[in-house]
Design a protein around this ligand. Structure first.
Ligand SMILES: CC(C)(COP(=O)(O)OP(=O)(O)OC[C@H]1O[C@@H](n2cnc3c(N)ncnc32)[C@H](O)[C@@H]1OP(=O)(O)O)[C@@H](O)C(=O)NCCC(=O)NCCS
Length: 290
């Protein structure tokens, strides 16, 4: 059996090596399956790793080789709110299938336990049978099949929307508790800090939904039609790299609504969770983490 890798917290000096591994691990998997790459360059991977590695509501870990220096992979836990998210987890292709990924998953789950977090969620890259098996062995249950969809921007603005600002955080707190059974208000505040263009939808003076684009974003609405329309509206106001969203396929109306607006499926994910789970209610769009 291969020796267990050493795990420690990520530091800024690790970002370039982790970004290269992230780029190569996803790139080689996705090229092998003919699936569009998540990361178009090492620089994009470094931007994401750098952001996750420095935010106070994320914990990042690296796995080290026997020499105690060479980085073999990294993983992240997002604990902005009550439900935590995992990823991206990546292991150097030359070091895969010898227990590094398992150690990195254990590190984030131990961190969640240490913080008293009772629910952890993730989106599993469906083409990766290794991660599917690993997560199931570590206690994650399959909940939903999802599609990553490229959004076509709406031609016209959706009536009743306003850009999310700090003032909307109480409404987001309320809406996320109602639909997700847990607040996602700190996560939304984090989107505002990085400039993700989110929108709230009001009908008859009542806030009925909100949505942030890209696979980092998420959203809820009372009806699938409203959420599909909100997503297309947000895409109209978002730069091209943010015009992607994750659609749970069990929500038939939402899926059809997104497709009817010109959405193009890119690939599939499996939504997996540990801890107590109550399916979200109404129309919902998960983030890449939860
Ligand atoms: C996913 C990833 C991080 C796993 O890392 P790894 O170091 O290769 O994984 P490990 O060797 O620690 O663990 C793999 C486990 O899955 C098991 N496994 C692998 N393929 C399997 C299969 N087809 N069926 C059943 N079990 C399988 C292994 O036996 C092992 O289980 P064990 O720990 O009980 O022995 C790595 O494959 C990777 O970086 N992939 C590219 C990026 C990616 O897809 N990230 C995940 C996105 S969801």
């Amino acid at each position: 059996m291969a020796p267990m890798p050493t795990i420690r917290s990520i530091t800024p000096g690790d970002f370039p090596a982790c970004a290269r591994i992230c780029y190569e691990a996803f790139g080689s998997l996705q090229d092998r399956h003919g699936v569009e790459r998540d990361f178009d360059s090492v620089q994009t991977a470094e931007m994401v790793i750098g952001m996750f590695g420095t935010r106070p509501d994320f914990a990042g870990f690296v796995a080290l080789d026997d020499d105690g220096r060479t980085i073999l992979g990294s993983n992240f836990l997002q604990f902005s709110d009550e439900v935590a998210g995992v990823g991206p987890i990546t292991v150097d292709p030359s070091a895969q299938a010898r227990g590094v990924g398992r150690s990195l998953m254990r590190a984030v789950m131990d961190e969640a336990a240490r913080r008293g977090i009772k629910q952890v969620r993730l989106q599993q890259e469906a083409i990766n049978t290794t991660s599917l098996s690993l997560y199931a062995k570590l206690g994650f249950d399959w909940r939903e099949a999802c599609a990553l969809v490229r959004l076509e921007p709406a031609e016209r603005d959706l009536e009743g929307t306003r850009p999310v600002s700090e003032r909307d955080l109480p409404a987001i707190d309320e809406l996320s508790r109602r639909h997700f059974h847990a607040s996602r208000v700190n996560e939304a505040a984090g989107y505002l800090r990085i400039g993700l263009p989110g929108f709230v939808l009001s009908r008859g003076g009542r806030d009925v939904g909100y949505y942030f684009p890209s696979f980092l974003g998420h959203g809820f609405a009372e009806t699938p039609e409203d959420l599909a329309a909100l997503a297309a509206h947000a895409a109209k106001h978002a730069p091209p790299q943010f015009r992607k969203t994750i659609v749970p396929l069990g929500q038939h109306g939402l899926h059809r609504g997104v497709m009817a607006r010109g959405g193009r499926a890119i690939k599939l994910f499996n939504y997996m969770t540990t801890g107590a789970y109550r399916a979200p209610v109404g129309a919902w769009i998960p983030s890449i983490g939860m």
